[in-house]
Design a protein around this ligand. Structure first.
Ligand code: OGA
Ligand code: NI
Length: 367
């Protein structure tokens, strides 16, 4: 899940630069990056400058890449679908699904609803701006704004929808009905995909759902405004998601990239499709049979871009205290456990401490 930034410290090079004050003043506006643009900025403030945008030379530019993300038709023959999922989860950690059963009208309306929220008047958005973790509906720019070395060019509204959903009055009126409808439909699709994952792993179809993998869901409604200086900042820094699985709905703008064999590969928008990716927790319990891979979102002159990410993990205190480890049925003498057991809380806490550009967030949980 997007939240943290790059790890190189830029502030400090110039002792007169008061980053803290700049960040605080920005946060105090409660209007996000969209508010900055509305105020007419032509240059992006320094707090958004990413120190290194495309660091290791091994990460080639997308134009060099002949790879493309698998697209899986869920209406294909069942055995074929399971086979394609198995290979996509191992080799890519990312794929798109079509014919997934959620009407395209629902997807389009969800994108419109999130856009309406971010584009309504300042007075209407401001009351939702909050960093209070206990709120089930929150609007903010960069969840880890105060600890990241560089902010991302992005605003977000988040909904903690399962197991303890907000009351409908807590959801902004401009997107209320569609957020409720979309989240219910995506949760059902999540169950179906966890069944396919279970089968792809050679387990009983209900295995992952019985482990409560789909027992938690939260949604981030991202808004990536037009960026006047896209070469200086990024929409979402390189990261992997710390959940079991993420289902992402993106509009037609593009900009999402996946790191595959050391190359950044575009995830092209396909109208009506949904992007599915494996999170760190699923990589851990599958003992590396499935991979959680790095991804990022570029900032662009064109925009805005809207995307909606649904994360499957239970972040209630009860859910977070659950201990997970490699699934016993997947282990053997040739396949010894790579990871030790840990609580979901420990795994998530570790990644927050470490930031994102470090090694895999699963590294400390290796045997
Ligand atoms: C995320 C994420 C990608 C996007 O929210 O974790 O990777 O396209 N989002 O917004
Ligand atoms: Ni992500």
């Amino acid at each position: 899940m997007v939240g943290t930034g790059t790890n190189e410290l830029e502030a400090g090079k110039d002792s007169r630069y008061d980053r803290k004050a700049e960040v605080k003043a920005f946060d105090d506006t409660k209007l996000g990056v969209k508010g900055l643009l509305d105020s007419g900025v032509m240059k992006i403030p320094r707090m958004f400058h990413s120190p290194k945008l495309d660091p290791p030379e091994t990460e080639n530019s997308p134009s060099d890449s002949n790879f493309s993300i698998p697209i899986i038709d869920l209406q294909d023959r069942h055995v074929e679908v399971v086979g394609q999922i198995q290979s996509a989860c191992k080799k890519w950690g990312f794929f798109q699904v079509i014919n997934h059963g959620i009407p395209v009208g629902v997807l389009d309306e969800m994108i419109s609803g999130i856009r309406r929220f971010h584009e309504q008047d300042a007075d209407a958005r401001k009351p939702f701006y909050s960093r209070d973790q206990n709120k089930k509906v929150r609007y903010m720019s960069n969840s880890t704004l105060f600890t990241d070395p560089a902010a991302n060019w992005r605003d977000t509204i988040s909904f903690n929808v399962y197991p303890d959903p907000p009351s409908s009055e807590e959801i902004p009126q401009v997107c209320r009905d569609i957020v409720i409808e979309y989240s219910t439909k995506v949760r059902a699709l999540g169950f179906t995909i966890f069944e396919l994952f279970s089968e792809a792993l050679g387990l009983n179809p209900s295995y992952l759902n019985e482990m409560d993998s789909a027992e938690g869901q939260f949604i981030l409604g991202h808004y990536y405004p037009t960026c006047p200086e896209p070469e200086l900042t990024i929409g979402a820094s390189k990261h992997s998601d710390t959940d079991f699985m993420t289902i992402l709905l993106q509009d037609q703008m593009g900009g999402l990239q996946v790191l595959h064999q050391n190359q950044w590969v575009d995830v092209p928008p396909v109208h009506g499709s949904l992007v599915v990716n494996i999170g760190d927790l699923l990589q851990l319990i599958t003992n590396d049979q499935f991979s959680s891979v790095y991804h990022r979102v570029l900032s662009r002159h064109v925009g805005p871009r809207i995307s909606i990410a649904s994360f499957f993990v239970n972040i209630s205190s009860q859910g977070m205290s659950k201990v997970i480890g490699p699934i016993k049925e997947l282990l053997s003498e040739e396949n010894p456990p790579i990871y030790r057991d840990a609580t979901i809380k420990d795994i998530i806490a570790h990644r927050i401490e470490k930031g994102l550009d470090g090694i895999s967030s699963l590294e400390p949980f290796k045997m």
